[in-house]
Design a protein around this ligand. Sequence first.
Ligand SMILES: CC/C=C\CC/C=C/CC(=O)SCCNC(=O)CCNC(=O)[C@H](O)C(C)(C)COP(=O)(O)OP(=O)(O)OC[C@H]1O[C@@H](n2cnc3c(N)ncnc32)[C@H](O)[C@@H]1OP(=O)(O)O
Length: 283
Amino acid sequence: MFLRSALSLWPLARNGTRSYSSTGVTKLVAVTVDDQTGIATVNLQRPPVNSLNLELLTELSSSLTDLEKNKSRGIILKSYSDAVFSAGIDILEMYKCEEERVTLFWSALQEVWIKLYGHFAPTVACINGHAPAGGCLLALSCEYRVMVKEKTIGLNETKLGIVAPQWFIASLVNIIGQRQSEVALTTGKMFTTEEALRIGLVDEMAENTEDAFSKSLEFFKKFKNISPFARAQTKAFIRESTIQALVKNREKDLKMFINEIRKENVQKGLGQYLESLKKRKVS
Ligand SMILES: CC/C=C\CC/C=C/CC(=O)SCCNC(=O)CCNC(=O)[C@H](O)C(C)(C)COP(=O)(O)OP(=O)(O)OC[C@H]1O[C@@H](n2cnc3c(N)ncnc32)[C@H](O)[C@@H]1OP(=O)(O)O
């Protein structure tokens, strides 16, 4: 009942779905709520590769807050593009960056992770494109991952000469375990969909975006006969210590990030990486 009335505040987009915009302006994140199921599709739409900048993260954070307030029944996180789910952090947020902006940027990333990782309703990453680094982190924050075949996913930070923060690492360890995570992280491994499925980094493989989306929807059916309260509280208990480890150390984590990226060799490496990206193409 409450869900219906809460959702009725959301403007009608087209038959059976409601679109939601926290600012009312064209967005980097579009939220559509299915009127029948109450499930929200959160579409990342920052061309060309959904790299995570301050503006996208701020919108995502605000969308997650609204979904929490409106008691969404579940979230499917996907990309507008069939090529890239998210290319991770926008390297320009780290390269030759100003302190004020980078502080806001990193705080926004922390905020999004805390909200998504701890979201009370079921969450699915519909990984319809490549998902390196921060893109992988978003997927890891969800409860279930469906990935389109012949894409890649992983925390490749060491390949950029940077160190994945503890909460990135914990998000991976909680899914594939310490041994697999250590090998993956230290080598900056990008897994193909098939490899990711084999080690449990993703839960299902899909033929294409449509198939991935329909498999994502299926996930919510698992909870048909489960008390939403029992489900949400169990998730909270399981995830609490991982979330608190960051919540209690946000300031320290921010300082570490800024110190790390300011290092001369890191700046040089990021500059070279940006250049190499411009020269190369991934099919
Ligand atoms: C103590 C803690 C310290 C530090 C922790 C910091 C943590 C960082 C985590 C991160 O997320 S770092 C970012 C890592 N991301 C990547 O390594 C991904 C790089 N991108 C790619 O591998 C590919 O672009 C792609 C597989 C995602 C997509 O390939 P494709 O479809 O062939 O597109 P293009 O490569 O042609 O890219 C189009 C366009 O976009 C630019 N670009 C790509 N990724 C980024 C990015 N992450 N940031 C900024 N810009 C990016 C790329 O250069 C192209 O630009 P053009 O101007 O040439 O069009």
